[in-house]
Design a protein around this ligand. Structure first.
Ligand code: NAG
Ligand code: NAG
Length: 140
């Protein structure tokens, strides 16, 4: 009995998938909420969560097509509803949420992915307001 409960807990708190990207590179974030290309849903959206857990919309798709959220980072959809980000920089680091809104009778699903950007610089001494530039552009 105890073993069964343990297994259920382990399953339930599955770790958030981690994805690494190179600064200035492109990255694909898989949507853990879906497992097939031709999934039947009302809409699917990608958000970035800030440190307060607030969601900021990036891109969304439904029968009406693909729509970018206002003030969202530019992005596109890849296969299996993944999120494609070009020219990644340190400000792209963080937690992303893929949220699927089900059709009537279905179950909504959402899941997070964590993005880490490699090769980012620390605070730039000469241009402190550009603290997020990539390391290989850093001015020493
Ligand atoms: C990232 O994608 C853009 C646009 O598709 C392309 O021009 C660029 O070469 C890609 N960068 C890398 C590092 O693959
Ligand atoms: C990082 O990329 C975003 C979106 O492409 C851009 O608005 C922002 O200025 C970039 N940050 C730096 C420090 O280059």
């Amino acid at each position: 009995m105890l073993l069964v409960i343990k297994l259920l807990l382990v399953r339930y708190v599955a770790p958030i998938p981690q994805v690494d990207a190179d600064c200035n590179g492109n990255v694909t974030l898989p949507c853990p909420a879906v497992n097939q290309e031709n999934m039947d849903f009302l809409a699917l959206a990608w958000y970035k969560e800030d440190s307060n857990g607030k969601r900021h919309g990036i891109i969304r798709k439904s029968d009406d097509g693909v729509m970018a959220f206002e003030n969202g980072r530019s992005a596109s959809f890849g296969t299996m509803h993944s999120l494609l980000l070009n020219w990644v920089n340190a400000s792209d680091e963080g937690t992303y949420l893929c949220a699927m809104s089900a059709n009537v009778g279905g179950q909504n699903k959402d899941a997070r992915v964590e993005l880490t950007v490699r090769g980012k610089s620390h605070v730039n001494q000469i241009f402190p307001h550009k603290m997020l530039i990539c390391a290989h552009y850093r001015i020493f």
